[in-house]
Design a protein around this ligand. Structure first.
Ligand SMILES: Nc1ncnc2c1ncn2[C@@H]1O[C@H](COP(=O)(O)OP(=O)(O)OP(=O)(O)O)[C@@H](O)[C@H]1O
Length: 268
């Protein structure tokens, strides 16, 4: 595999819907093992960027590379087989299957088993072992045989993360993983995400600045479809352009509304 050292790379990525350019030449170079949060105002194009990276939308122009190999133009399942998995804001669970069965489905799917039935019978033991392993990682062992529909909201979000990582992808995209959670659930969940993505490359789209500053090694700031800054949390917080375009107002609003402790690592 040819690699330029980056796990994921966007090169002048552009996306138009009709005549409107939504992603306007985005560039991003993510190193293996980095945790990156993508932030930006509503409508900046964060979800669109995720949809482009995961292959749900095609690029209008530019390139996307995974471990040095172009993935733009590939179908979502082809990108998944190359080692990139994403979760969704909207629940992606099989509500009428148990927690364990949901995980087994995710493992089977990642192996391509749905296209080779004989193979998945042979591999069943490995599938079950991996499902058990993920079950423990997301701390739902005690909820193993519960139907997904009967889990609490936070447990469902944990199961979604489990489904996303089950196939062993090295690059993980999480779309607002803590949305709708209480503050204490969010704190626990950040720790869970840290653990289950250890050693992997992580990209999150996130609105909660507590999560962003608590989780990210680097932050990419997307404004009007362009990455205007990509740096450490400290540098991004101090960046005048970011302050002006976005972060100043968000920090001021959030600081006014929430306890200061929600800013993990925010000393300003
Ligand atoms: N399939 C689509 N067709 C046309 N326009 C779209 C489509 N998807 C997104 N858009 C537009 O692209 C722009 C960016 O949307 P996107 O959802 O990517 O922003 P976002 O940064 O994720 O916003 P939010 O923070 O509110 O979720 C919006 O103006 C949206 O209306």
């Amino acid at each position: 595999m040819s690699s330029n050292g980056f796990a994921l790379e966007l090169i002048d990525a552009r996306k138009c819907f009709g005549k409107t350019e939504i992603i306007r030449g985005a560039n991003l170079q993510v190193r293996p093992g980095e945790r990156v949060a993508i932030i930006g105002p509503n409508g900046a194009g964060k979800s669109t960027l995720f949809n482009l990276i995961s292959g749900r939308f095609g690029l209008s122009s530019g390139q996307i590379r995974l471990h040095g190999q172009r993935i733009d133009g590939l179908k979502p399942y082809e990108i998944n087989r190359r080692g990139l998995a994403r979760s969704f804001q909207v629940s992606n669970l099989f509500n009428r299957l148990s927690v364990y069965e949901n995980l087994r489905c995710a493992v089977l799917w990642s192996m391509g088993a749905r296209y080779a039935f004989w193979r998945f019978l042979a591999d069943m033991r490995a599938v079950n072992d991996r499902a058990e392993e993920v079950l423990a990682m997301i701390r739902l062992d005690k909820r193993r045989d519960q139907l997904a529909v009967n889990l609490t909201y936070a447990e469902q979000r944990a199961l979604e993360i489990g489904i996303t990582i089950a196939g062993g992808s090295s690059v993980i995209l999480l779309d607002e993983p803590t949305a709708g959670m209480s503050k204490s659930e969010t704190t626990r969940f950040i720790q869970l995400i840290r653990e289950v993505t250890e050693g992997k490359t992580l990209l999150t789209v996130e609105h909660d600045m507590g999560v962003v500053f608590g989780l990210a090694d680097r932050i990419a700031v997307l404004v009007y479809g362009e990455v205007i800054a990509f740096d450490t949390p400290e540098a991004v917080r101090a960046n005048a352009r970011v302050q002006e375009a976005y972060l100043g107002s968000v920090l001021a609003e959030t600081q006014a509304a929430a306890a200061p402790s929600s800013f993990v690592g925010a000393s300003a």
